[in-house]
Design a protein around this ligand. Structure first.
Ligand code: PLP
Ligand code: COI
Length: 341
């Protein structure tokens, strides 16, 4: 199989249409058998639930070419489970876990030519999503749904690749107590758009959101969880019922404890503590583990000792171990790597 002719090393985090995508329709209370299709366009009612009341959820995971030439995905079972949690919260029908895994495998295998080669710095981003497709005018869940998966080759999420980011503490809220911050609903991202556009205009790479109830605790960014490193090399990561349970963060906790022998604290993290940390990073499928060099709190700068030129030493070890597992040059914990071919 010949690879497509992309400039892999210079890909940004963008959409490139590939040949195949997976689609399954939910009608009369059941999912159909699903299929790979070539048409990237979707035709739906002007009154579809997704268009009127934003009934849509999604997932994100990546396929990697390993050092020995296999194509693999990383912990797709956890994406399948999180999608089911999102379905429940938005009154959508669950897409069964085994079917999710089978669909991911099929889409990646069918788009093998778009999976970036080992060592290219790029990966194949896989986007499963589901939305209400039947007409809805009174506020209620749709009766019919579509589940789809497309994929696109991507480079680093942040412009310029991996380099220390500058972020601001946002006055906007990302998630409400008892709201939808813990699931991957499109609506969480729609409401963050004004905040991210504002942050970019002001020269920041991202926003740090605080808990909206007290504005004292660190939550996450628009698309990644936080990890912090203390001056005595402990890993600290915020615990909150209103942040997305990042698969990357959960994996880094295991990497820190079991591969690097580090102590890990998963707990509430107060804004007041930020100045005491030695390193900070953003973790997620798209972000991988991106270092943060500076946080600006209404003009007051919090500069981490790791600086603005490189990743801090512990962040670097975490990054190298995690990506080593994903790319196949470190042994993975049982069940983490799903071999496509
Ligand atoms: N937080 C938010 C709001 C996200 O959108 C994402 C991306 O999926 C993450 C965190 C990271 O989660 P994961 O590591 O599962 O990709
Ligand atoms: C991901 O990391 O997969 C996400 O969905 C985050 C998004 C900001 C691209």
């Amino acid at each position: 199989m010949e690879k497509k002719n992309f400039d892999w090393a210079n890909l940004g985090f963008g959409y490139h249409e590939t040949e195949k995508r997976y689609v399954s329709n939910y009608k009369n209370g059941a999912w159909d058998e699903g299929a790979l299709i070539s048409d990237s366009q979707i035709v739906m009612s002007e009154c579809a639930g997704v268009l009127q009341y934003a009934q849509t959820i999604f997932e994100g995971l990546k396929a990697y070419t390993t050092e020995d030439g296999h194509i693999v995905t990383f912990r797709p079972d956890l994406n399948a489970e999180r999608l089911i949690d999102s379905c429940e919260r938005l009154e959508m029908p669950a897409f069964p876990k085994e079917r999710f895994l089978d669909a991911v495998t099929k889409v990646v295998a069918a788009n093998e030519a778009y999976v970036p080669p080992y060592g290219s710095g790029a990966t194949l981003y896989i986007r499963p999503y589901m939305f209400g497709i039947s007409p809805v005018i009174g506020v209620k869940p749709a009766e019919e749904y579509q589940f789809r998966i497309f994929c696109t080759p991507v480079g680093p999420y942040f412009k310029g690749g991996i380099h220390p980011l500058t972020i601001k503490i946002s006055d906007f809220d990302r998630a409400a107590p008892n709201g939808t911050g813990h699931i991957k609903a499109g609506l969480n991202y729609a409401m963050s758009l004004h905040a991210i556009v504002t942050a970019h205009k002001e020269g920041f790479d991202e926003n740090m959101y605080l808990d909206s109830a007290t504005k004292t605790k660190v939550e996450e960014t628009g698309g990644a969880n936080f990890i912090f490193i203390t001056k005595d090399n402990k890993v600290v990561t915020p615990k909150s019922p209103t942040i997305l349970p990042s698969i990357t963060r959960r994996s880094l906790v295991t990497v820190a404890k079991e591969y690097l022998g580090l102590e890990v604290e998963e707990r509430e993290v107060y804004k007041e503590e930020l100045k005491d940390f030695a390193e900070c990073g953003l973790c997620g499928t798209a972000a991988v583990l991106s270092p943060v060099g500076k946080i600006v709190d209404h003009g007051e700068e919090i500069c981490f000792p790791s600086g603005m030129t490189q990743m801090g030493p512990i962040t670097k070890k975490l990054y190298e171990t995690l990506t080593g597992i994903q790319m196949g040059h470190r042994k993975a914990p049982e069940g983490w790597i799903h071999v496509i071919q």
